[in-house]
Design a protein around this ligand. Sequence first.
Ligand code: AMP
Ligand code: MN
Ligand code: MN
Ligand code: MN
Length: 284
Amino acid sequence: MTTILNADLHCHSVVSDGTLTPEELAERAKAHGVELWALTDHDEIGGQKRALAAAHAQGMRYLTGVEISVTFIGQTVHIVGLGFDAGNAALAQGLRDTRGGRRQRALEMSEGLAKVGIHGAYEGALPYAGNPELISRTHFARFLVETGVCKDTNEVFRKYLTEGKPGFVPHRWATLKNAVTWITEAGGMAVIAHPARYKFTPNEEYALFTEFKALGGRGVEVVTGSHSTAEFASYAETAKEFGLAASRGSDFHSPGESHTELGTLPFLNSELTPVWELLGNRIQ
Ligand code: AMP
Ligand code: MN
Ligand code: MN
Ligand code: MN
């Protein structure tokens, strides 16, 4: 299959930290010309059946998707899984375990915020989480914007929710090995999400790609909403260097917040092997 395909293989619904339902996302993706779509909620595949049905109702092809939170050398890394069997029991259990610590973490985040005079943040953020098991920093950010503490979610992350800030709680997510194995053994392909977003040294980044590849990981997001044009080019080189297939996805969360619309990013460079070329028999 060609690189010239409007594939959008990364976005979020109310099942994790997006604000649209799977059906609303499918309609929006179709309206922006998406031909092949995947819903990739954080640590949760509860939206997959609805997303598949909605994709077909809109006349789009579909790949199952998820975005797994991983801790690697002390940082959070996201691994996208595509084209897995959504009924796989080990994957479901692994995701359940990964989600497990979110409530406790959210309570601790709330305590941290209370110390700087922001009270009731846990109770305030909870109604924003369509799925309480998936309470995330994004839901806290929406609450703090809505109550006027900050003007937008970016400001909330900068002032309160990133490392060293009052509402930040370090957390141990899944291991890289577990995430790649759950996806691969369920018949899917593991893909490193938005690699330019991590604050690794060059050596640490090299370790991430090397270990990922050794564990059976096969793809990397080259064209994503959180990369600059220069980063599209540099991670195209990384994909070639490590023999990884390339993915394309907006990481769309919400009409008000996301700067990248579904289906509107540049196409992949024709020198790359697109992930959908290797996932042909997994496309539904
Ligand atoms: P969590 O899984 O609870 O740590 O939340 C991570 C989510 O927060 C990401 O998936 C993004 O949706 C969101 N996020 C992270 N950093 C930022 C930022 N600087 N601005 C806006 N949203 C962010
Ligand atoms: Mn998110
Ligand atoms: Mn991510
Ligand atoms: Mn994402």
